[in-house]
Design a protein around this ligand. Structure first.
Ligand code: GLA
Length: 391
């Protein structure tokens, strides 16, 4: 990848890159829509991701090019004009990172050239945007010797989503892209940011990623709507409970005080956030005991809750996950990421992968009208520098 990117860099910018880096995408094993509710998440970085090359310029221009959006060409703007611009499409993620780094007085004193190329399928809910944010932060750190650490880049990436792009997401995606480790998932408490690594050893089973291939539409506004619903439900519970997040309420306490939420929609949203949080802890215990059957059941229960209570699945994700759940050798399946479209994951016996793909493809195509895609990728590292001299 780097060899062809280096020659493209030369052609585009008429100079050699000085630094190179890679950032992964991610899957979330379980713990969906819990991160902005102060709950637990259980994501893992994957070996699909985004590669980037960068060099400094002598002027104050920022020139960005993505091999994934060739028709857009080079996007140019000044280091001194860093406001959101819809016409700059994907480049708003990098632009937001530069803006927030500068606001913190990190010394980015010249313009720069950047070429990126990613192999995370677009719009697949595998965190291509967090991957670009953290990549940008890391390239700038390397290029300008900034003393910014991973955690700060993670916070800045989230700030870009929340305040620059306008999606009120939690911290899960940036955290795992920044902190991921090969063959390990991270159990993260999003309220305290306490975390620890958990080996992703599933014995004879592997995680299969299944893509609906449906473009996400209006996902951002629905995402923000869910956050508001959770906040409303929390405010009602706070009439009796002294808590500052749904993630701090256990299932039994919720049952006792659920009467405070008269609105059925709000009640279901809160129930998802609270039961899902409990499922993450159970899934973590199950994985520690190597009880993959229990782990699979929790995946199925998570999907059902995201479908019925949280209503973020849709016919495409339901067809993928529910068909997969019926396939022999599959212990569990659920949507992963924000939902509405994108990907689902299945825990499948390594000898049954082909069956899973065949059965799901057949049923999905019959019902939806086009085929899903499948990926079998390793769990990989978080952001890392690459040796610019290597091919
Ligand atoms: C998106 C957001 C995350 C998280 C998930 C749902 O990926 O970026 O913060 O909320 O959706 O779990």
């Amino acid at each position: 990848m780097l060899t062809s990117m280096k020659s493209k860099f030369d052609t585009l910018f008429n100079t050699q890159p000085e630094v190179a880096a890679f950032t992964p995408g991610r899957i979330n094993l379980i713990g969906e829509h819990t991160d902005y509710n102060g709950g637990y998440v259980f994501p893992a970085a994957i070996e699909l991701g985004t590669y980037g090359l960068a060099s400094k310029r002598n002027d104050r221009k920022i020139c960005l090019y993505s091999n994934n959006f060739e028709s857009t060409g080079t996007i140019e703007f000044s280091l001194d004009e860093l406001q959101f611009d819809a016409a700059h499409s994907w480049a708003n993620y990098p632009k937001g990172m530069v803006k927030y780094l500068k606001e913190l007085d990190y010394k980015i004193d010249t313009g720069f050239n950047i070429l990126i190329e990613g192999n995370i399928p677009n719009g697949a809910s595998l965190s291509s945007s967090a991957s670009i944010e953290i990549l940008m932060g890391w390239l700038l750190k390397s290029l300008f010797n900034l003393e910014v650490d991973r955690l700060e880049l993670i916070h800045l990436g989230r700030k870009v989503e929340n305040h620059f792009i306008g999606v009120n997401s939690g911290i899960m995606d940036q955290f795992i892209v920044g902190m991921g480790r090969k063959d390990q998932a991270i159990l993260l408490d999003t309220a305290t940011l306490d975390y620890h690594y958990v080996p992703t050893e599933f014995g004879d089973y592997v995680i299969s990623i299944m893509n609906t291939n449906k473009r996400r539409e209006l996902a951002e506004s629905k995402y923000n709507e869910r956050l508001e619903e959770c906040q409303k439900a929390l405010a009602l519970l706070q009439h009796e409970l002294e808590v500052d997040a749904l993630g701090h309420i256990d299932a039994a306490t919720f049952e006792k005080y659920a009467y405070l939420i008269k609105d059925n929609v709000l009640l279901r949203r809160a129930r998802h956030a609270i039961t899902e949080n409990a499922r993450v802890k159970k899934a973590y215990d199950a994985l520690n005991r190597k009880d993959f059957i229990e782990f699979g059941k929790l995946l199925n229960a998570s999907h059902a809750s995201l479908k019925e209570d949280y209503e973020v699945t849709g016919i495409e994700l339901d067809t993928l996950a529910e068909t997969a759940q019926q396939v022999e050798g599959v212990l569990g399946a659920r949507m992963t990421g924000a939902g509405f479209a994108g990907c689902a994951i299945a825990l499948v016996h390594k000898d049954r992968i082909k069956n899973l793909e065949q059965e799901v493809t057949e049923n999905y195509t019959k019902k939806i009208g086009y085929e899903p895609s499948f990926y079998h990728v390793n769990i990989g590292d978080g952001v890392k520098s690459l040796d610019i001299k290597e091919g």
